[in-house]
Design a protein around this ligand. Structure first.
Ligand code: HEM
Length: 198
């Protein structure tokens, strides 16, 4: 009897020790597992190297779909043109150049006839000054008007970025002579090109 009791006792002691060991292992491993998991969850959105890599890749792919700046542009020409005259250059006549005006500066975009010509995705900007729509990032016909004077500051910045984008890729060939009065104090000059991120 007493041997049996001793055996049962030592068995119980071993079980308790095993249980204690299990508790210690869990107590140490759980925080470690939790820490590893936390790091994995945080990295895409917390500015760690993983997140930075993803953003950079996206930025790169966005930049590569846009045409690069050119280094063969002519000095800007400021021959005046009226908004009415500008309509002739909307891409519907294949023998004429295509013009896009931004803040009154008229860019020759003829080499991108597929984009700005008839049926092109950005034909809405051809043969006119659609500065307001560019600032609003809008492709609505009613927004493509020359009066951008009421754009909020952030949209004014977008418009300036587009002006800068075009300035680095297309020749300025004319200057609109009858832009709305409201924008007169806001107009850029061809010589005063904004610096931006494009
Ligand atoms: C889902 C929305 C849009 C997509 C997927 C898109 C896509 C693109 C792509 C791929 C290009 C490069 C085209 C090329 O170089 O041939 C481009 C250029 C451009 N996009 Fe968009 N776009 C979008 C919305 C807009 C909006 C809302 C505007 C209005 C302001 C806009 C205005 C422009 C302009 C002005 C260019 C420059 C074209 C040039 O190189 O002369 N886009 N877009």
């Amino acid at each position: 009897m007493s041997t049996g009791a001793t055996q049962a006792g030592s068995h119980a002691v071993r079980s308790i020790m095993l249980l204690k060991l299990l508790v210690y292992v869990l107590a140490f491993s759980l925080p470690v597992l939790f820490y590893i998991r936390q790091r994995r969850v945080q990295s895409p959105s917390s500015g760690t190297s993983a997140a930075t890599t993803t953003e950079t890749d996206e930025d790169k792919s966005l930049k590569t779909i846009m045409q690069p700046p050119r280094d063969d542009l002519d000095p800007p020409k400021c021959d005046p043109i009226t908004l009415k005259e500008l309509e002739e250059y909307d891409g519907s006549d294949p023998s004429r150049p295509i013009y896009v005006s931004i803040k009154g500066d008229v860019f020759d975009v003829t080499r991108k006839r597929d984009v700005y010509g008839k049926g092109g995705s950005y034909n809405i900007f051809a043969g006119k000054d659609g500065s307001r729509a560019l600032g609003m990032s809008s492709l609505k016909l009613e927004d493509a008007v020359p009066d951008y004077s009421t754009l909020p500051e952030n949209e004014m910045k977008v418009l300036d970025d587009w002006h800068s984008f075009f300035s680095k890729r297309y020749n300025i060939v004319r200057r609109v002579s009858d832009m709305p009065e409201a924008v007169a104090p806001l107009r850029s000059t061809a010589a005063n090109t904004e610096v931006d991120s494009f």
